[in-house]
Write a protein that binds this ligand. Structure first.
Ligand code: NAD
Length: 477
């Protein structure tokens, strides 16, 4: 029996976390209920002609809250997709968007499928058909409901969905904004694919800027040299592990995948492991590292930072007490059950919660949506003008340097670095960094500012619910 069976479902877990936070607020019971409940869930069953027969698929699109529109949330392709999961994820999207101040309501979609069972052409037909079913009910629409990638989907699926919508809405000038996470050549934005993992890195950097917060986890120092265990080397886990190891000096001591885990206290080469998975379908056999067949056990390995970046419910009542990492950052949605959260809080583990930790994706999706609506790439108007102004300063410094001779000169590379105007990628990263820092500070203020709030998750819920409530109140509800 899965350890989850004796625990609340994913949606119930999210609701319990919501309830725990809302008990500390002064909301009318009616408004509380309005915010908590999921507005609607559409279930569709459709047939696709495949391999000489018809196969029927089940998909969902759930809209949790329309206090702002469009609503936003990824589309997941996995055999584990069900209504409860989609509703839990949609609720998390509502709170996440509020926390990082992206002007969206919360939604989520899913198709019950194992994408590895189908070839590219079959996947395209299935995805287009699902997109058609959703688009004809305005569940894909630039002004009403804008999906994005999630587990099992990526740029490729988003490009098919965008194209399907465009075929059905030939005169919609904003058609490209119907979905985010598209490839650049189909209206995407630089930095979207890496965004969620990049956001995890920025979140950790912000955490490590605060000695008080580190102390709460019994930690000190910097990200440099910290040992990290990552579960799931997909889009989110791969980028987070890559950036932390390549740019911040963290050591990836464990990687957990579907077929087992790799362990090496000297540090795993993330690129090499990713390439191995690509070639062999799993981590087993990767040379130079210890292989652990029961991968989930490696969640319990001693390390500084644990990054669950695969799926929900992996830290549950059955293993929470054994988790040794003093800091967990929830890159996946809902990796810690409500029961496990209680156990870990009791132990003093600091948890950077999902609704904040993986918000980099929706943040950059917001930038992509704005780019699509404005029909212009970020930085296109300013870049050369910015460079020209910088050149003026550099020319003056050069004159000074020539005048002073050996007494003063510019640092090597300064000229080159300073002259370079920001392109789209730099602007996206800057906007993401700013968002992650600001949202962290808003949670932190509540965490340290209120004696009845003892963890970041409750603080995150308080900030998010307060903003959603404000939005409903201003609508007269
Ligand atoms: P993905 O499909 O790219 O990667 C998931 C990875 O987890 C894969 O490598 C898969 O093999 C691995 N995995 C699956 N089951 C596993 C198991 N039982 N044990 C260990 N590894 C397992 O998905 P993703 O987009 O990286 O999403 C991962 C999580 O992050 C999900 O919870 C998703 O909701 C969340 N998330 C994703 C985004 C995004 O932009 N993609 C944004 C926010 C949140």
């Amino acid at each position: 029996m899965s350890p989850r069976k004796s625990e609340p479902s994913f949606r119930e877990s999210v609701d319990l976390m919501f309830n725990r936070a809302v008990a500390l607020m002064d909301l009318s019971p009616g408004l509380e209920e309005k915010i908590r409940v999921c507005n609607s869930t559409y279930t569709v069953r459709f047939g696709v002609r495949l391999r000489g027969g018809i196969q029927t698929f089940t998909g969902y699109r759930s809209v949790h809250s329309e206090h702002m529109e469009p609503v936003k949330g990824g589309i997941r392709f996995s055999l584990g997709v069900n209504q409860d999961e989609v509703e839990a994820l949609a609720a998390l999207m509502t709170y996440k968007c509020a926390l990082v101040e992206t002007p969206f309501g919360g939604s989520k979609g899913g198709l019950c499928i194992d994408p590895r069972e189908y070839d590219d052409e079959e996947m395209e037909r299935i995805t287009r058909r699902f997109a058609y079913e959703l688009a004809k009910r305005d569940l894909i629409d630039p002004a009403q409901n804008v999906p994005a990638p999630d587990m099992g989907t990526g740029e490729r699926e988003m490009a098919w969905i965008a194209d399907q919508y465009r075929r059905m809405n030939t005169s919609d000038i904003n058609a490209a904004a119907c979905v985010t996470g598209k490839p650049i050549n189909a209206g995407g934005i630089a930095g979207r694919t890496e965004a969620t993992g990049r956001g995890v890195q920025y979140a950790l950097r912000e955490f490590f800027r605060s000695p008080e917060d580190m102390q709460a986890a019994g930690m000190s120092g910097k990200l440099d040299g910290k040992s990290v265990v990552v579960q799931g080397l997909g889009n989110v886990g791969y980028h987070a592990a890559k950036f932390l190891s390549e740019e911040d000096g963290s050591i990836i001591t464990g990687i957990i995948e579907r077929d087992g885990a790799l362990v090496d206290d000297k540090g795993l080469d993330v690129e090499a492991v990713r390439a191995w998975i690509g070639d062999h379908g799993g981590v087993k056999g990767f040379p130079g590292a210890e292989y652990v067949e029961e991968g989930a056990k490696v969640l319990e390995k001693a390390c500084d930072i644990l990054i669950p970046a695969a799926l929900e419910g992996v830290i549950h009542k059955g293993n929470a007490a054994n988790i040794k990492a003093p800091l967990i950052i929830e890159a996946a949605n809902g990796p810690i059950t409500f029961g496990a959260d209680e156990i870990l809080r009791e132990k003093g583990t600091v948890i950077i919660p999902d609704m904040y930790a993986n918000a980099g994706g929706v943040t950059v999706s917001y930038f992509e949506w704005v780019k699509n609506l404005s029909h212009i790439r970020f930085g296109r108007m300013q870049r050369r003008q910015e460079e020209a102004r910088h050149e003026l300063i550099v020319d003056e410094l050069q004159r000074l340097s020539d005048h002073l001779g050996d007494a003063w000169s510019m640092t090597p590379n300064f000229k080159q670095k300073y002259l370079k105007g920001a392109g789209e990628l730099e602007l996206v990263r800057s906007g993401l960094d700013d968002t992650m820092r600001a949202a962290y500070q808003s949670m932190r203020e509540v965490w340290h500012g209120r004696s009845d709030v003892t963890d970041l998750r409750t603080a995150a819920y308080l900030v998010a619910i307060d903003r959603v409530a404000g939005s409903y109140k201003s609508k007269g509800l």
